[in-house]
Design a protein around this ligand. Structure first.
Ligand code: GRF
Length: 193
C-alpha cells in the first residue's frame, strides 16, 4: 500500500502523536508518520518519535525574527521528507498566512472542544466555566483564522458535575486519540475523490 507521508508538529506531550504512530503501525492504515517537528527541544513527543524510529527535528521559534522565517524552516523540512499531510497536535504556534496557503486542504489540527464552540487556548476550562453538559473534540482543516476551517470529524464527551479541567481534559484526550487517526483517514479519502 502506498501510504501517505504525514508530518506531525508538536510542542509538548504528544499523546495524539502517539495515537497517530500507533494507528500507522497497522499495515492497512493509509498513512505513515515520516517526520515529527517540535518548536520545543524538551517536548516529550520527541522521545515518543525516537522510540518509534521516526526522524525528529526541533526548530526553535525564538531563533527566527518573524513567524514567516520560522515557517520557512518548517516548510523546508517538510519538503525534505516528502511530506504530503501535516497534522498539528498540541502545536502551540500560530502559522503564517503564507504557510497556511501552501498547505491548505492538507493540514489538520485537533482542538479540545466541539467547534465552533470554545475556540482558543483554554477550550476545556472555558467549556467547564460555561456549564455545558457536553463538550468534545474536533479535527479541522487549518485556515488563517485560529480554530476555524472545515471540520473533518468530531467526538462528543460528557461533562460531569464534579469535573475539574484536568479530569475533563483526560476524558477528551481519550476521544482525541480515537478521532485523530480516523480524521486523517477521512481526509485522505476526501482528497482521493
Ligand atoms: C490536545 O488536547 C489537543 O486537542 C490540543 O492540545 C492537546 C495536545 O495534547 N490542541 P497532546 O500533546 O497530543 O498530548
Amino acid at each position: 500500500m502506498n501510504k501517505r507521508r504525514v508530518a506531525v508538529l508538536i510542542s509538548g506531550n504528544g499523546s495524539n502523536l502517539q495515537a497517530l504512530i500507533d494507528a500507522a503501525s497497522d499495515a492497512g492504515y493509509p498513512a505513515q508518520v515520516v517526520l515529527v517537528i517540535s518548536n520545543k527541544a524538551e517536548a516529550y513527543g520527541l522521545i515518543r518519535a525516537k522510540n518509534a524510529a521516526i526522524p525528529t527535528c526541533t526548530i526553535n521559534h525564538k531563533d527566527y525574527s518573524s513567524r514567516e522565517e520560522f515557517d520557512k524552516q518548517v516548510h523546508a523540512k517538510l519538503l525534505e521528507y516528502g511530506v504530503e499531510i501535516v497534522c498539528l497536535a498540541g502545536f502551540m504556534r500560530l502559522l503564517s498566512p503564507w504557510f497556511v496557503g501552501i498547505w491548505r486542504g492538507k493540514m489538520l489540527n485537533i482542538h479540545p472542544s466541539l467547534l465552533p464552540d470554545f475556540k482558543g487556548a483554554n477550550a476545556v476550562r472555558d467549556a467547564l466555566a460555561a456549564g455545558v453538559k457536553e463538550t468534545g473534540c474536533s479535527v479541522h482543516l487549518v485556515t488563517e483564522e485560529m480554530d476555524e476551517g472545515e471540520i473533518i470529524a468530531q467526538a462528543r464527551v460528557p461533562v460531569f458535575p464534579d469535573d475539574t479541567p484536568e479530569k475533563l481534559h483526560n476524558r477528551i484526550h481519550k476521544q482525541e486519540h480515537l478521532l485523530y487517526p480516523q480524521a486523517v483517514k477521512l481526509l485522505i479519502n476526501k482528497n482521493n475523490n
